[in-house]
Design a protein around this ligand. Structure first.
Ligand code: FAD
Length: 408
């Protein structure tokens, strides 16, 4: 009997794993189980080109024909209830049991819901999936004013898209600046200035108390007592990993823990993408929610399931588009004790290096993407670069690379 692999989830990581397995020569049975009713697609345009109406079609990871041509059994519109590791079956809603020899969990994350009154009013929307983006697009038609709760990357990108569509935008954010938790107040203030210059109204250190409206959203009332009226509200207050399928047979800890080769604690069960908390050789156990990581994990898991033993040691890379500014980030930092700025924050051409005990953990940039790229080998090698060199805009970071080959 041919070996059977079942991938639970049908997003970016899952589809990339399927491609990696088939391209790596896997000729056994391959099944992808996806709760959404469409083939795997890219989510980043949902807060950018697609939301602005510039992309008429979703960006598919592979055309549907690819799955047929490569004998991938794509089971869409069906939720996997439970992966029973001991019995080697995945139980689907409705009771069907799909047997496997090896399984991959790639269930991603879901948008965190606000537990406040009125959160289920029509016109109060969140953004994770294609139908979510369609609902927001539809709500913007004929609208003139939008309220956004939360100014992380999703809130900031939606604010940017809405301004391009000509909507008035007010954002309410719990912290003192946008993205303060991930980037700190200094860079947060640079993002704030960018949005202010594009006419976004921002209210900081306040939060949603309740949504009001007669059957449909009309206003947000905040904890500090403000009433902010609008035609629609978008909530972007973070995400949580989708772990229910792991049941009680696979350990859970802020997602599904995997080792550096993407294996869970259960033999023959792997986890990848946003749901996987991987053991990174430089950063330790981390879970990231980035496109590039999900894709690379998909590639790596395919190779490792076919006998490889590749360590997932990517230094991580992320981008965000806000107005015409290119925002990029590499590495990973939960906390840091030094921020070194290169370039000009005022002119929106800068890199910010985040260090802890002298070690470079992460580089953020606005319109200096080469600094982000060039810092990646330094992050991977846990380098402790001289802050004066980091701050010098004319100093080429490649001079600091540990080996001559990486300089090429
Ligand atoms: C609006 C938006 C904009 C983004 N922009 C950027 C960006 O600019 N840059 C960047 O780097 N990253 C961005 N990201 C993040 C990036 O899209 C994710 O990191 C990536 O999609 C993760 O892929 P994944 O396969 O792990 O999870 P997902 O893409 O979330 O796919 C998981 C799939 O599994 C399905 N599923 C879950 N549970 C079950 C179950 N029990 N049974 C069956 N199916 C199930 C889900 O329905 C989903 O389709 C953005 C994300 C969003 C939502």
């Amino acid at each position: 009997m041919s070996r059977r692999i079942v991938i639970v989830g049908a997003g970016l990581a899952a589809a990339t794993a399927a491609v990696s397995l088939r391209e790596g020569g896997f000729d056994g049975r391959l099944t992808l189980i996806g709760a959404e009713s469409v083939p795997p697609y890219e989510r980043p345009p949902l807060s950018k080109e697609y939301l602005r109406g510039e992309d008429a079609e979703p960006r598919w990871i592979r055309p549907e024909a690819w799955y047929r041509d490569n004998a991938v059994d794509l089971r869409l519109g069906v939720r996997a209830e439970r992966l029973l590791a001991a019995e080697r079956v995945v139980e689907l809603e409705g009771g069907e049991r799909v047997p496997f020899d090896e399984a991959v969990i790639a269930t991603g994350v879901r948008a965190r819901r606000l537990q406040v009154a009125g959160a289920d009013l029509s016109g109060v929307l969140d953004l994770r999936s294609l139908p979510n983006a369609d609902a927001i697009r539809a709500a913007t038609l004929g609208a003139s004013k939008a309220v956004i709760v939360g100014m992380g990357f999703i809130g900031a990108e939606v604010a940017s898209a809405f301004r391009r569509l000509g909507l008035d935008v007010t954002v309410v954010e719990f912290s003192a600046t946008p993205l303060e938790r991930v980037l700190g107040p200094e860079i947060g203030r640079a993002i704030e200035a960018l949005h202010r210059d594009h006419g976004v109204e921002m209210v900081f250190r306040d939060a949603a108390e309740r949504f009001e409206g007669d059957g449909r959203f009309e206003a947000l009332v905040t904890k500090e007592g403000r009433t902010i009226e609008g035609d629609l509200a978008v909530v972007g207050v973070g995400v949580e990993p989708v772990i229910e399928v792991a049941g009680d047979q696979i350990p859970i800890d802020n997602g599904i823990p995997v080792d550096a080769t993407l294996r869970t604690a259960v033999e023959g069960v792997w986890a990848i993408g946003d749901v996987a908390r991987h053991d990174h050789p430089v950063f330790g156990p981390i879970r990231v929610e980035h496109f590039d990581n999900a894709m690379k994990m998909g590639e790596t898991v395919g190779r490792n399931m076919l006998g490889g033993d590749q360590i997932h040691d990517d230094p991580h890379w992320f981008w965000s588009d806000q107005y015409d500014e290119q925002v990029q980030m590499s590495g990973f930092a939960m906390s840091w004790d030094q921020t070194v700025i290169r370039g000009s924050m005022k002119d929106r051409s800068f890199a910010a290096f985040l260090l802890r005990d002298g070690q470079l953990l992460s580089t953020f940039s606005m319109n200096r993407k080469f600094d982000v790229r060039r810092s990646m080998p330094l992050i991977s090698s846990a380098a402790r670069p001289d802050p004066a060199l980091l701050a010098d805009p004319d100093f080429d970071l490649r001079e600091l690379y540990p080996s001559v080959e990486e300089r090429a």
